[in-house]
Design a protein around this ligand. Sequence first.
Ligand code: PEP
Length: 251
Amino acid sequence: MRKNIVAGNWKMNTTVPEGVQLAKEVVEKSKEVPAEVGLIVATPFTHLCPVAEVLKGTRVELSAQNCADKEKGAYTGEVSVGMLVSTGAKWTILGHSERRQYYGETDAKLVDKVQLALAAGLKVILCVGENLDEREAGKHFEVVKTQTENVLFHFTAEDMKNIVIAYEPVWAIGTGKTATAEQAQEIHACIRKVLAGKFGAQVADDTTILYGGSCKSSNAKELFAQPDIDGGLIGGAALKSDDFIAIAKAF
Ligand code: PEP
């Protein structure tokens, strides 16, 4: 059985004290969320250690937002998977559209990053999603299918146990424009079909697929009610604990 998850992507927001405070509030309010819903906060690198202290012994898991594509060495400014693990992080987001768009993250680079993350014992939230031009040209299924295949077809059914997929249409991220529940559902179903074709029906059925893109408490219920939507990757609304928890309560 796949798990329902709500993950907050804080992006490049909050100072360390603000992040620690936000994490404390999420922990406190997590009691309101059904126990079977997984809760994750993805903080900036600088926040991982102090937030790990806050999350210790709680149900809220810690994630990074990226990792280096090399194991270690002379790569100034990069943060390795080993460093992430040493902070207490259990997850990393990879392939977020902002990283693809602004930092030249390619599918090939993502294969290396996913490989390193899994080898270090980190779980991965892999983001896929089409941009507005691709959606308007009717290429959304093709784009998401290709991104999924380009990265995940390098991995095994066993690896898939530690990989969650987040479908995030780029035109819906931070824009206030949410994909309709039907638009999201049909892409999620397509991703699951791609997984079934490669890894078999069981793996496809067991893989958690999150929706991301202006998800908020007012639309989460309808989105999460779709058969192939297993939760959300939340940006803006994850920066207020009440909003984040209200989304997690939408199951
Ligand atoms: C995100 O960037 O992962 C995201 C979903 O952002 P927002 O919720 O702000 O659209």
